[in-house]
Design a protein around this ligand. Sequence first.
Ligand code: ATP
Ligand code: SF4
Ligand code: MG
Length: 372
Amino acid sequence: PRAMSRACSPRAAPELVLRVTGLAKSYVPPSGRHRRERAVVAVEEVDLEVHRGETLALVGESGAGKSTVLMEIVSLTAPETGTVEILGQDAARLTRRTARLLRGAVQIVPQDPMSSLDPRMPVGDIVAEPLYARRVPRDVVAARVPRLLGQVGLAAADAERYPHQFSGGQRQRIAIARALAVEPALLLLDEPVSALDVSVQAQILDLLLRLKRELGPAYLLVSHDLAVVRQIADRVSVMYAGRTVETGPVAEVFDAPRHPYARALLSAVPLPDPVAERTRRRIVLPGDPPSGVPVTAGCRFLARCPVAALLTPGRRTRCETEIPRATQVTVAGTHTVACHFPHGGMPWQHIRTDRGTSGRPWNQPPDRPPVH
Ligand SMILES: Nc1ncnc2c1ncn2[C@@H]1O[C@H](COP(=O)(O)OP(=O)(O)OP(=O)(O)O)[C@@H](O)[C@H]1O
Ligand code: SF4
Ligand SMILES: [Mg+2]
């Protein structure tokens, strides 16, 4: 047990803090007729690895299944399909003792900070709760809470106040302090700044970077802001309709994405160089993002894929009948793509593009007529 608690602290963690393979998750309605048939497949096949101290960004359109992946990881239960390993421990085979230790090793800052903070609890209790859950003695908790509040830029006296008395950015600081209370080896961050004003976003991102330097946890970060991803992530994993389609070092994937969906997605990122930015073309995908996993025999991206549209019928059959598996595309073996035709040389000049700044931001759901 002592070795286990050491392994669960960030600095002594093994090289791989998280390994997810072939993860699937569907939502089955709790009751009603034909509930199995009405199940929504939210995640179909996701593979992820997070190394000690690194930041892996998880990106993809709204509804791709990103939050579901994070919730599956933090649940520490056996997934429907696939495996989740935290610090080398298979979540499906935990003893009660190991489960308790691992529960501290992985913490989440959920997508909506307001709903995750109990409005009836003073901030001090909110931050202390995970410590009490791990049976940390009261006097230790009493000493640690003011320190945690200080680490996230709040005052010790804030412990007496309630969540509604804080601004959005401050509430996010509270959620971060709570998640860091038990010194996790891995912090799951679901859109940590998307609900905040731009100026506050920068402050929270700075805070996350500083806390990482000081405390050393790895981050698994969901963000639709690709400029932020480029700035703070080491590696990036792109999801489409519940599947991992491309994973690799940020610089490599951003500069030379191979999967047609990743190419379209990343064509929406503004370029730092003003001259290049003026001529940047954005790849426009036909159709709307799917909600859940589309029902086809082959590649889930086929209906919107600009590459498949240009293939000869013979080659296209492969996309129609066979789900593409992740394959290495570089000698280093750190960049994987799940596409039958991932290589350059495609006639991208024939693919419909648009001026960089026009069109709907890629992560936004399609416009719906107002409901009266
Ligand atoms: N509790 C639920 N019950 C039924 N379906 C759900 C539930 N939660 C999510 N889904 C569905 O699962 C799919 C994936 O949802 P998820 O929230 O994981 O996506 P996401 O990538 O986090 O999207 P966003 O960027 O909008 O946060 C969607 O089709 C969604 O409608
Ligand atoms: S497998 Fe075919 S349809 Fe799927 S992304 Fe690749 S080219 Fe497009
Ligand atoms: Mg989400």
